[in-house]
Write a protein that binds this ligand. Sequence first.
Ligand code: ADP
Ligand code: ASP
Ligand code: MG
Length: 418
Amino acid sequence: MALIVQKYGGTSVGSIERMRNVARRVAKWKAAGHDLVVVPSAMAGETNRLIALAREIQPQPDARELDVVAATGEQVTSGLLAMALMQLGLRARSYSGWQVAVRTDSAYSRARIESIDTERLQTDLAAGVVPVVAGFQGVDAAGNVTTLGRGGSDTSAVALAAALKADECQIYTDVDGVYTTDPRIVETARRLRTVTFEEMLEMAGAGSKVLQIRAVEFAGKYRVRTRVLSSLTDPDLPVGEEARSGTLITFEDDPNMAMEKALISAVAAQRDEAKITVYGVPDRPGVAYAILGPIAEANIDVDVIVQNVGRDGMTDLSFTVARADLPRALAILRAQVQPHLKCREVTGDARMAKVSVVGMGMRSHAGIAARMFRTLAEEGINIEMISTSEIKITVVIDEKYTELAVRVLHKAFGLDEE
Ligand code: ADP
Ligand code: ASP
Ligand code: MG
């Protein structure tokens, strides 16, 4: 008998029928002798709808109130799922984040989980009750409702699995695992039976939204055995078969890790990026800090950073931010940084994307970057910025080439299905 946390994404709970299927699936695992904690997302499209409602009233919604509104989507599905489980004769009880409590910091719309009280859940589990915990939400030290960032139910589930020392966290979604690239963009993408935690971390950071990056961080830090699998298969599929399906996130020293031979495991893309360039800044210590410090203070995430080689004591610095943050970042730079540093010009380009290749094989093989750049050159795709890690190469390109770049790289690295 194992303790399993099962997370069901928006599509998986997207209709009453789908919720009934989720309940059947949960009942099946319970009947096989396991203890279950269920974490639903809001119904597909619901979080967007709630955020749009808030924007109708306040174009820049108040951060605290926006989280109050956005968190309701998961409250609805947790209650409905508990009912669906009861209809199958199971004992179930729903909880919002604050009822558990899932304790977070106070960064509205991007809160981090700090700790989880497990007492109520343990009591339920001991009594054979299935707790259904609303994903995506928590409560800060002052009792305010917080949300964990888009896609945050993944993180709720993995963090609960860590806190409960669960045997496995199962992320049920609308695809049957982690693929070599987004299977909705490239139909020749292949499912990976396993992916290492490091690769998954890089993929999530590079735009593969199948798992939220913070969920992967939790899985790594607390060594939570995490599996991504489909909620759209027959809910009565035998448990043994389902337990081996999907994609398992492995740790490198895990003896079960399949030695996949590919140099590159996946291609990831992230649209909606923007590039900012600050021209003509003095080439002296402290300048990068003078530019990026105020950006960090405004809670704007900076991703790829490139500084040019200095000439005549002057240099240029470019970096990327999420497109939604571009107006704010430009305003800060023009108001605070430009007058102070006396730099020549600050420009913003709103239509950028980053495309990345990820793979453990990169550590022991040369020439991957060259192959990547040649492949893009052959398609006439200009590379604007480059950044690398030990197992990832990222290029920043014009957004209109995103899909083309993903396709040609997927093929060039031999990831297309035979
Ligand atoms: P959920 O609502 O279940 O959390 P998401 O939409 O957040 O689902 O994540 C699943 C989606 O992630 C898939 O439908 C797929 O389009 C996308 N995706 C992006 N990259 C990948 C990848 N490498 N493997 C699988 N799915 C991916
Ligand atoms: N419902 C939230 C969102 O749409 C959280 C999630 O789905 O994981 O972002
Ligand atoms: Mg998701």
